[in-house]
Design a protein around this ligand. Structure first.
Ligand SMILES: Nc1nc(=O)c2c([nH]1)NC[C@@H]1CN(c3ccc(C(=O)N[C@@H](CCC(=O)O)C(=O)O)cc3)CN21
Ligand SMILES: O=c1ccn([C@H]2C[C@H](O)[C@@H](COP(=O)(O)O)O2)c(=O)[nH]1
Length: 274
């Protein structure tokens, strides 16, 4: 994961000192791109231990169209707890927009699978989680926004596009805002996995995952962790085995994924900015 280390170093070297919504403060740059060839291994950071379990359950949760944390917490995943209201709701975030855009029964995932299968040269294969009509009002609480039908947080991984060439499926994501130490390792692994399962159900090999950023930042309380991580030597990437019998995107279950040869350095703790 040289790409990820290069990004960390780039922000340390060139980041602007910037205040932010959470009051934590960041070092930030605007505009950056990384590319991962998925045939070279599964892009999971090796210089700190990541929990693939949280990543898989979160992706399956998005694909179900679910926006209540109950499914996550039932499976021991707590990464969305801080933003949910007392009923566990997050408002119309990713899952809602992916499967039922703007509440108009537009199933972007179902539609895109069909297009990739039938018209792989299409240049219109995008999924948008971005929906200006559900933007939260930042001067009221997450719960109050949810009560008003707004999203608790506007999507960070805002839209993605697929591309087919040479029998390979590639995916490019635009992420408007990126917490490089905590969120980005999750985001890379999640979209790499999404690309692999979409490729499988459409009959292609996985190609590249391209990660394009807007405001990409290191929070001030993650700087020491990042320096520790950069002092570690990246190891060989793991691989992930996906049950080849699953042919429908909505049929995947947690047990269909097996991570192999993951040998990371120890976990590094960091506080999440709320
Ligand atoms: N500031 C911030 N950063 C994020 O990455 C982020 C948000 N907010 N809000 C919405 C979601 C939630 N995401 C999160 C939230 C927490 C962790 C986290 O605490 N990760 C720990 C433990 C992971 C686990 O329990 O599996 C880590 O060390 O990676 C990761 C992603 C990504 N998003
Ligand atoms: O998948 C995700 C979700 C969120 N983040 C980060 C990016 C920012 O640090 C915060 C969101 O705050 P905004 O003020 O809405 O930009 O969460 C991420 O990296 N990945």
């Amino acid at each position: 994961m040289k790409q990820y280390h290069d990004l960390l170093q780039h922000i340390l070297d060139h980041g602007n000192t910037k205040e932010d919504r959470t009051g934590t403060g960041t070092k930030s740059v605007f505009g950056y791109q990384m590319r991962f060839d998925l045939s070279e291994g599964f892009p999971m950071v090796t210089t700190k231990k990541l929990h693939l379990k949280s990543i898989i359950y979160e992706l399956l949760w998005f694909l179900k169209g679910d926006t209540n944390i109950k499914y996550l917490t039932d499976n021991g995943v707590r990464i969305w707890n801080e933003w949910a209201n007392e009923d566990g709701d997050l408002g119309p975030i990713y899952g809602h927009q992916w499967r039922n855009w703007n509440g108009e029964e537009i199933d972007q995932i179902k539609d895109i699978i069909e297009t990739i299968k039938k018209n792989p040269d299409s240049r219109r294969m995008l999924v948008s989680a971005w929906n200006p009509s559900v933007m939260p009002n930042t001067s009221v609480s997450f719960a109050e926004n949810v009560a008003n039908g707004k999203a608790a947080l506007p999507p960070c991984h805002a839209f993605f596009q697929f591309y087919v060439a040479n029998n390979k499926l590639s995916c490019q994501l635009y992420q408007r805002s990126a917490d490089v130490f905590l969120g980005v390792p999750f985001n890379i692994a999640s979209y790499a996995l999404l690309t692999m399962i979409v490729a499988q159900v459409c009959g292609y090999e996985p190609g590249d995952f391209i990660h394009t950023f807007g405001d990409v930042h290191i929070y001030n309380n993650h700087i020491e962790q990042v320096k520790l991580q950069l002092s570690r030597e990246p190891r060989t990437l793991p691989t992930i085995k996906i049950n080849p019998d699953v042919k429908e995107i909505f049929d995947f279950e947690f047990e269909d994924f097996t991570l192999e040869n993951y040998d990371p350095h120890p976990h590094i703790k960091g506080a999440v900015a709320i």
